[in-house]
Design a protein around this ligand. Sequence first.
Ligand SMILES: Nc1nc2c(ncn2[C@@H]2O[C@H](COP(=O)(O)OP(=O)(O)O)[C@@H](O)[C@H]2O)c(=O)[nH]1
Ligand SMILES: [Mg+2]
Length: 679
Amino acid sequence: MAKYATQALRTVALVGHGAAGKTTLAEALLHKTGAIAAPGSVEKGTTVCDYDPLEKDYQHSLASSIVNFAHRDTHIHLIDTPGYPDFLGQSLNSLAAVETAVVVINAQMGIEMVTQGMMQWARERGLCRMIVVNKIDAENVNLPTLVASIQSAFGNECLPINLPADGGKRVVDCFFNPAGTSDFSSVAAAHQALVEQVVEVDEKLMELYLEQGEISPDQLHAPFEQALRDGHLVPICFTAGRSGTGVPELLDVFAKLMPNPTEGNPPVFYKGEGSKAVEIRAVPDPQKHVLAHVFKIVIDPFVGKLAAFRVFQGTVRRDSQLFIGDGRKPFKVGHLFTLQGANHVETDACVPGDIAAVTKVDAIELDAVLHDSHDEDNIHLKPMQYPVPMHALALELKRRGDEQRLSEVLHKLAAEDPCLRIEHRGNETVISGLGDLHMRYILDKMQKQYHIEVATKPPSIPYRETVTAKAEGHHRHKKQTGGAGQFGEVYLRIEPLARGAGFEFVDQVKGGTIPTQYLPAVEKGVRDVLNAGPVGGFPMQDVRVIVYDGKHHPVDSKEVAFVSAGRRAFLDAILKARPIILEPIVKIDIQAPEASVGDIAGDISSKRGQLSGTNASIAGMMSIAGRVPLSELTNYQSRLKSVTAGQGSYAIELSHYEPVPANVQQQLASQHKHVEEEA
Ligand SMILES: Nc1nc2c(ncn2[C@@H]2O[C@H](COP(=O)(O)OP(=O)(O)O)[C@@H](O)[C@H]2O)c(=O)[nH]1
Ligand SMILES: [Mg+2]
């Protein structure tokens, strides 16, 4: 049986910007509760959570890590997440598995980019939130100012639940037993602010409070949970994870005040697809049907596929038969594990609120819902909004013959990482991720874990070609080699189509001048040109080809002859129809600090771009929208980073195609000529 009932469970994710001290804090929590004998360190590569060899190399987290420990009469499942924006995929995943997001803020750095994002994403997911100000022992920290800036960025519902004392050597409780003095503000004032914030969610309690001037902590429990659920209260705690200051107090807050799985906002599941999907709410009852969500996949070279999931309803046992999404064939759980970083510990059963894992079930994918009811349609969780991967690299194998393995390895990497995209563009394999660091990690992993060597280069720009006028084309293909000859003649007409219309092939041949059986051959010849146009060798689009006349020969006409005649007639027409090269224009959405908007706007216009507007977004940040040719955005990530001191980010999507300027066309055409001459 599960060792703890649902009400005794707590689920928290440590989120926030890189180097805030999340992994160190997780280590301190594990140590304090006796789950490990001594705390390890990120620098020495000895922590439970940063167990991956690359994490030890880089000295920071790259993937989420799952641990659990007991405190008082509760059992806590905790997910440590990576904090650098490049690894957001793994942090956002983790939000789907917990009731509480603990946003860790580095006392030295204050509010950082990921802090801001996480406060917002956690709120949008309906999670209870709590802020931990860590590194209160460090030099040059100004905690009163930091608390004020937290309140101005995220609202006055952010209230200290304890306060540093003795110059940051310990913390004093402001909620249960508010007594003593703190380094700043006052314990009594902090207590009063908390109680007043909590009673606001309950009118009766509010009246009672106004009459009596005090409410017992017991009476405050239920409204406290509601205030957390409603986002009406975000408690702030103080810690120094490395020395352990504030860690016992943080554990008490987890045990006594953070919601158990029956007290949080239940996640929204959907049953069925598209407009027919109906919402269902999971009920954290161990007796009901199973509903569990897979939030993390690890592909281990030795263990195989590991799927970590959070149980939201029902009980998962070793002998459970579970369905995956709308899959018709159930799998048997077999071995059920809880995770302690890299270690797997077998367990018998998991109830709502538990986080566990199964291994070796290849059909399970990230975001899958596991359930045990035969009649269910596809059940899925409200999808997570991930940042769009736009940092693209084209891969080139260093060794021939590795093609099949490369594709297998990329498939595995993408299975683990929701922000890694793999595409085949023409004959290029292109991988896209969230930034430099992300890509470097993926390439390192390919080399060190899978021993596959690749070189990289910027992906080619997907240019296109089209025509701008009507024209006639003609070709007579005639060859006489020895006995049998080849003969075919084609007359055609071409017309430009509206942008984005694609390609049309029209047969207007009268009187069988080209016999019906040869028309597919003509079309094949035309389509050969479509794949690589005559100006720059790019695919052609937005053109109509009308074949209207020709000639054949009863003996010498062959398919090859009409393929060739079709191809050459089309080329003939294109060159008379003022052909041009088109380039992709993308919509760009840039997030950046207000102060750098001027620089960014200047930069975008120097890149032939146009801005369509700016909007204030979260505290001090602006969002800037516009359109830019994709070819101008090579290395834009590093450029934006330098203009915004690392604070900027952007996303792009295809808007439309436009003719390239004349000089660019000339350049592309001459490059194509060189290639043709060399070939
Ligand atoms: N002074 C001080 N340094 C800390 C504290 N917690 C973590 N660090 C250091 O800050 C760096 C980043 O810590 P880490 O736990 O990897 O942060 P994460 O990226 O949020 O997981 C490491 O060098 C830690 O030793 C703390 O409470 N005080
Ligand atoms: Mg970490």
